[in-house]
Design a protein around this ligand. Sequence first.
Ligand code: ATP
Length: 224
Amino acid sequence: MLATSESPYLLQVRDLSCQRDGRQLFAGLSFALSAGSAVQIGGANGAGKTTLLRTLIGSAGDYSGQILWRGRQFPASLPQFRESLLYIGHRAGVRGGLTPLENLTWYGADREAAMQALEQVDLFGFEDSLCQHLSAGQNRRVALARLFLTATPPLWILDEPLAALDVAGVAALQGQMAVHLSRGGAMVFTSHQPVALAGLQRVELADYAVDEFAQSAGGEHVFG
Ligand SMILES: Nc1ncnc2c1ncn2[C@@H]1O[C@H](COP(=O)(O)OP(=O)(O)OP(=O)(O)O)[C@@H](O)[C@H]1O
């Protein structure tokens, strides 16, 4: 069981509003993640999906509302939260001057586990090529190979993990997401495409969009 006895939830978001450069992106967002569950964040380009994920990992501070890890509010719980987090951002976070194998071992994987993970993402034979000589989709696979290592942290936060993957890559990743949830893991991810996973909640940021006209009019609902 991953959650503490104090809280049935790993991650809770309560009445969250996020701003960027003084502009409110969304407001009133709430959801809760227990062990074995996932949230898919949807929304148009620029709606604030990446900003939301960066807020959840404690890298963007311009928000109001509450974020709780195992029942304890940020920022007090951030150190424990980060120990439990695997975050893969929009940019792959792959070092081009290293090989896929070196990238994975840099994250602490041993050689055998790294080779197995690279095989899972269909990069067998490319393990010793420099990542700067691989395609965008192959680099995405190098980043995602971390999800196929034997032991991963309980919370995955993934920004557009399915982007740039081909059909087989999407199927393999969805399979691994299901394995993670079945092991009691939890996950927040963004995606523009439908994902079939048991226990998946969907959050559409358009449902929490802020009326910009009302904002510029000082927050009043002028049309009543
Ligand atoms: N580098 C930046 N500097 C300043 N403002 C930014 C920057 N990147 C994004 N923004 C602002 O923040 C808003 C939210 O951007 P964010 O990247 O969170 O959206 P998104 O929903 O993830 O978009 P996409 O689907 O295009 O990746 C944008 O509408 C933009 O106004």
